[in-house]
Design a protein around this ligand. Structure first.
Ligand SMILES: [Fe+2]
Length: 215
């Protein structure tokens, strides 16, 4: 489908300081769960969609609000972070989490979307999973476009293996119930892929997304 400008724009976002490696450094989060007992259900997979980058951007780090020398100050800034573990709860050290999403106007960096995305928005990023299984991105709260509810595409890679491709949704967004992919999910799958974007103490939203992969 043809993406359209988003109807959820003009939410007032607080500006964050320009990105730096220090801002992305993982704090001593107590995200919990990685070492819990018992087997865990793998995070549900969803379609990759049409807008995975044709070529990865020169700047493909975990700060999507800083693209090269440009800084993106539209939308609602958000920390999107989480854990990555196997079904036994072991952190997947050495894995990489990728995310990609549209800008605040609902546009992807992709020729299939007209190549109209804001050049200051990185649109794609990669985060290495640390020794505790944690990963973190700085980006914006996703917005709706066309018939899609706000979502962030996510992929997990371990070396040459593609372990998971899915999408992350915003808890409580009214567009979820009208989204053709979200409504196909079973209740437990919705719960696994839909997380709150809650106000954080630094002015940015915060979303925590635990990922479990089968192997
Ligand atoms: Fe999408």
């Amino acid at each position: 489908m043809k993406p359209m400008p988003c109807s959820l724009s003009r939410r007032r976002g607080l500006r964050l300081a320009a990105g730096s490696a220090a801002l992305i450094a993982l704090p001593a989060l107590q995200l919990g769960g990685v070492r819990a007992q018992g087997q865990r259900r793998p995070t549900p997979a969803q379609t990759e969609g049409p807008f995975y980058p044709v070529a990865l951007p020169a700047d493909s780090d975990a700060d999507l609000l800083a693209n090269g020398s440009l800084r993106y100050a539209k939308g609602q800034p958000a920390w999107v972070e989480g854990t990555l573990a196997d079904a036994s709860g072991r952190p997947l050290r050495g894995a990489v989490v990728e995310i990609w999403q549209c800008d605040q106007q609902g546009r992807y960096h992709h020729p299939g979307d007209g190549g109209r995305a804001d050049p200051a928005f990185q649109g794609f990023g990669r985060a290495s999973v640390d020794g505790e299984g944690r990963w973190r991105f700085r980006t914006i709260r996703p917005v709706a476009y066309g018939a899609r509810t706000p979502h962030i595409h996510l992929k997990v890679r371990l070396g040459a293996r593609d372990l998971l491709t899915t999408q992350l949704y915003v808890e409580g967004d009214p567009g979820n119930a009208r989204d053709f992919l979200w409504t196909r999910l079973a209740p437990d799958e919705r719960a696994a892929l839909t997380v709150p974007f809650a106000a954080g103490s630094d002015g940015a939203l915060r979303a925590s997304f635990p990922i479990v992969v089968a192997g």
